[in-house]
Design a protein around this ligand. Structure first.
Ligand code: NAD
Length: 387
């Protein structure tokens, strides 16, 4: 298949592009490098040094003989988006290209507005480009489990059968997210469902859990193919941050009681899920939703798992929670759709977190301790201090 990966220079986009290319698909990537720009803005860096997109692509070609075409541009610019879709003529577009950190979107008004404009306008341009150029293209879009929040009922896969005053309907599952970033994804989901219902497009919305891990079989082929590893308090995902803290001999910092339960997924399963979604497209007019996570764990459980697996001593300390979120709550999620398509999950309990400890030990001298201190306070706009 011809598959275009938007956000192909990012943490997940790059390993996904390699995996799809390795599976024999004809792959192109697009990116405007704004993720690298956020690092300059905040003074952070990936723990593992990453190469330029051009070097990554030429290394892949040297090693495998497979080519990956690159488009450099911004999805919020409609001319760029239309031109790219016309030029590459994909059968599937995998859309990772959004601002993806909840804390970044909560820094202040400017960052909240940027996040929503970047994410919602980029996706809307893409929907129009697909509808006008080739409505048969399957859009595979990354959403997040954070869209749902923590409702006191089971979380279904995107849709909910509702009975109200004796009548029944199938409605989009009601969302109650916890940041302006997560809200941007909710807005995207509604725009996509509308485009499928009104224009007959085909789309798969993947509500992904928190991703952990840094290596896939393809990125491990050469140091120049590695993907980023973020451990800072704004972009770092929680398990990756705990691993860095364990290796440095620092306490693993759990926000609040740590009872917050989240869906999580190994990066190797992310790339496989995207492959399965592309190779088994939604029907024309169908807005299909999968909950792309493999297990649920509380933040305290994740900290304990990391502490137990670490060969040295690791302690856990609880910090005041800078976020506004429920710390004890019900959490039960249906996530059978991707397993039915063939996903065989890697679970955290069976995974050797050891490989993450090894990566961290190798680059331990690059760790910036200040980067792990929480800086963004959810209460900032209401007079609390946004550090
Ligand atoms: P990332 O920031 O590393 O990658 C996103 C890429 O998109 C970056 O390279 C960035 O430069 C690019 N980009 C952003 N806006 C763009 C625009 N307007 N035009 C062109 N390129 C643009 O993020 P990631 O961790 O790889 O996440 C990818 C997607 O998966 C995101 O949509 C995110 O919301 C979703 N997701 C990620 C996680 C996770 O744990 N990492 C969890 C759930 C969902």
């Amino acid at each position: 298949m011809r598959i275009l990966v938007l956000g192909g220079d990012g943490y997940l986009g790059w390993p996904t592009a390699l995996h799809l290319s390795q599976c024999g698909h004809d792959v192109a990537v697009a990116d405007n490098f704004v993720r690298r720009q956020y690092d300059f803005e905040l003074g952070f860096e990936s723990l593992v040094p990453i190469e330029s997109l051009q070097t990554r692509i030429s290394t892949w070609q040297d090693l495998t003989g497979k080519t990956i075409k690159a488009y450099v541009g911004d999805l919020t610019e409609a001319d760029f988006t239309y031109e790219m879709i016309r030029d590459f003529a994909p059968e599937a577009v995998v859309h990772f290209a959004e601002q993806r950190a909840a804390p970044y979107s909560m820094i202040d008004r400017k960052h909240a507005v940027y996040t929503q404009v970047n994410n919602v306008v980029g996706t809307l341009n893409l929907l129009y480009a697909i509808a006008e150029i080739d409505p048969d293209i399957h859009l595979v879009k990354l959403g997040t489990m954070g869209e749902y929040g923590t409702p006191n009922i089971d979380i279904e896969e995107g849709w909910l059968e509702v009975e109200h005053k004796g009548r029944k309907d199938r409605m989009l599952y009601p969302k109650r997210p916890g940041s302006f970033y997560h809200l941007s994804k909710v807005h995207d989901s509604h725009n996509m469902e509308f485009a499928c219902r009104i224009w007959g497009l085909r789309a798969t919305d993947l509500n992904q859990g928190v991703v952990y891990g840094q290596q896939t079989p393809e990125t491990m082929l050469d140091d120049r193919l590695v993907t980023r590893f973020d451990y800072d308090s704004v972009f770092g995902t929680v398990l990756n941050r705990f691993v860095v803290q364990a290796v440095l001999g620092h306490p693993l910092t759990v926000y609040g009681t740590g009872g917050q339960t989240r869906g999580i997924i190994d990066i190797r399963d992310t790339v496989r899920c995207i492959q399965l979604a592309c190779e088994n497209p939604a029907d024309r007019g169908e807005f299909r939703v999968f909950n792309q996570m493999t297990e649920s764990l509380s933040v305290a459980d994740i900290a304990e798992t990391v502490a137990k697996s670490y060969p040295g001593e690791a302690t856990i300390s609880n910090l005041d929670n800078p976020r506004v979120e429920k710390e004890e709550h019900y959490y039960k999620v249906v996530h059978s759709g991707l397993v039915e398509l063939g996903l065989v999950p890697h679970l955290l309990s069976d995974t050797l977190i050891t490989s993450l400890f090894d990566v961290t030990k190798r680059y331990a001298d690059r760790v910036d301790l200040g980067a792990m201190q929480p800086r963004v306070n959810w209460r900032g706009a209401l007079g609390g201090e946004a550090r």
